[in-house]
Write a protein that binds this ligand. Structure first.
Ligand code: ATP
Ligand code: MG
Length: 424
């Protein structure tokens, strides 16, 4: 992609009403644009990153054997009445449609998915099943001041699993937990994302949240130092509960630290609540009617995008992890002569031919400082630079975004062999 052709431009403007770091950075770098509080447009760079996150999630859910669907966001009141949630879900967008019909915009999809999937479940042979979707959700959040972290319109992956027994649900739940860990690792957040015990509602003692540590987080968790497990402060009723679940805490040997974090995922055992509400059962091997057990598993890809911006950035700008970066390479041309321009064009063509995604700063107007500042702000993992100086040394400058030092590689050798862009 040639930067000279890109729809968006970077901006230095930090005066906007958005005070959250993620929204400031993503807006200045031209990734997103705010329409109103909690509602954002995804621009070409932002959409590429969002799509990459969603693709990672898709791959990990497919690996679990879950099947992708797409369910309606526009929903009739009746299904919400059937579960008793029309009046109790405070963030539900409710409005009147044609014919004075009561409608809702989906904040979550148990009401749609439960009657749908169970309509295909007759006998024990039809279980287990798991479906998921990646979709725009709507929640009338009271406060939407955290940029992409809390949207009123936002992206969610929601998966629902259906089982013949609680034991089968338990087994799938453990696999889903492992799959979630892979998602956060691939998104570059593995080291700072904790599996967190949270309240489980009525049916199981705990649910699990995935909480990414950052001082900007809205949630407070207790963690054992250095460990990857935590407890959401909201669930802690007494110390006995802590002792029961934190390995090593038994006997008071481990001090728990309080920390701020962002909830980037949440998995729940719903048990039979929703199948019961829709009178869904299955026939067991002996011909008896049995209850269906359900789990639900959510991740917010747009919140993840915001979390990455929030946590993996420095005072110069964004720092994308390899698998999420919109482009792998930011190629900066500081060419002043036709020869230098030709060299930059050769690099662009060569890397593109190798299937490497390159954002090519071929702009003629901007000065060196502006181009380098833009590369830092936009945050691609690798910066390549061609200038009079590098050409005089028959070289090309390479600097990983995370590194403080750059190095000059021999130009022809670089073109012939490339460099291991992923290895840095
Ligand atoms: P929170 O406690 O932050 O309000 P939640 O527990 O209501 O979230 P779930 O219903 O479990 O969230 O949704 C699944 C996932 O969707 C969350 O873990 C989060 O990653 C994401 N998510 C939820 N609400 C929002 C929102 N308003 N904006 C962006 N992402 C969200
Ligand atoms: Mg939650």
């Amino acid at each position: 992609m040639r930067l000279s052709q890109l729809v968006t431009k970077t901006s230095k403007d930090t005066s906007q009403s958005d005070v959250s770091r993620n929204a400031q950075l993503l807006t200045r770098a031209g990734y997103v644009n705010k329409l109103m509080a909690g509602v954002y447009s995804y621009l070409p760079l932002g959409l590429r990153a969002l799509n990459k996150i969603e693709q990672i999630i898709r791959e990990e859910m497919n690996a679990l054997g879950a099947q992708e669907v797409l369910l309606p966001a526009l929903q009739p009141r009746e299904i919400w009445d059937q579960t008793g949630r029309w009046d109790t879900v405070d963030v539900l967008f409710r409005f009147k449609g044609a014919g004075d019909r009561d409608l809702a915009l989906g904040p979550t999809h148990e009401e749609v998915v439960t009657p749908l999937v169970t309509s295909f479940v007759q006998s024990y042979r039809d279980l287990p099943r798991a479906v998921y979707q990646i979709q725009t959700k709507f929640r009338n959040e009271a406060r939407a001041k955290s940029g992409l972290l809390r949207g009123r319109e936002f992206r969610m992956k929601d998966m629902y699993s259906f089982h013949a027994t609680p034991e089968d649900l338990d087994a799938f739940y453990e696999q889903a937990l492992a799959a979630y860990k892979k998602v956060y690792e691939r998104c570059g957040l593995g080291a700072i994302t904790l599996v967190t015990y949270a309240s489980g509602g009525i049916f199981s003692k705990y649910s699990h949240e995935f909480q990414t540590l950052t001082e900007y987080g809205e949630d407070t968790v207790f963690r054992a130092p250095g460990g990857s497990i935590a407890i959401n402060k909201e669930v802690v009723e007494d110390v006995e509960a802590l002792r029961a679940i934190v390995p090593g805490y038994q006997g008071g040997t481990v001090e728990l630290e309080e920390a701020k974090a962002i909830e980037v995922g949440n998995i729940f055992k719903l048990s039979t609540r929703f199948p019961d509400a829709f009178n869904a059962t299955y026939t067991d091997a002996a011909g008896g009617q049995q209850k269906i057990y359900m789990g639900c598993y959510g991740i917010g890809p747009s919140r993840l995008l915001g979390t990455i911006a929030e946590c993996l950035s420095d005072d110069k700008g964004l720092i994308w992890p390899d698998e999420v970066a919109p482009y792998t390479v930011h190629l900066v041309s500081l060419a002043r002569t036709p020869e230098e321009t030709e060299a930059a064009e050769r690099v662009y063509a060569q890397l593109s031919a190798q299937g490497i995604d390159v954002l090519y700063d071929d702009r003629v107007g901007p000065q060196t400082g502006e181009k380098l500042a833009d590369a830092d702000l936009m945050g691609m993992p690798h910066r390549l630079l061609i200038s009079k100086k590098t050409m005089a040394a028959n070289g090309i400058e390479w600097k990983p975004r995370r590194a403080t030092e750059s190095q000059v590689l021999p130009f022809e050798q670089f073109l012939a062999q490339g460099v291991q862009m992923k290895a840095a």
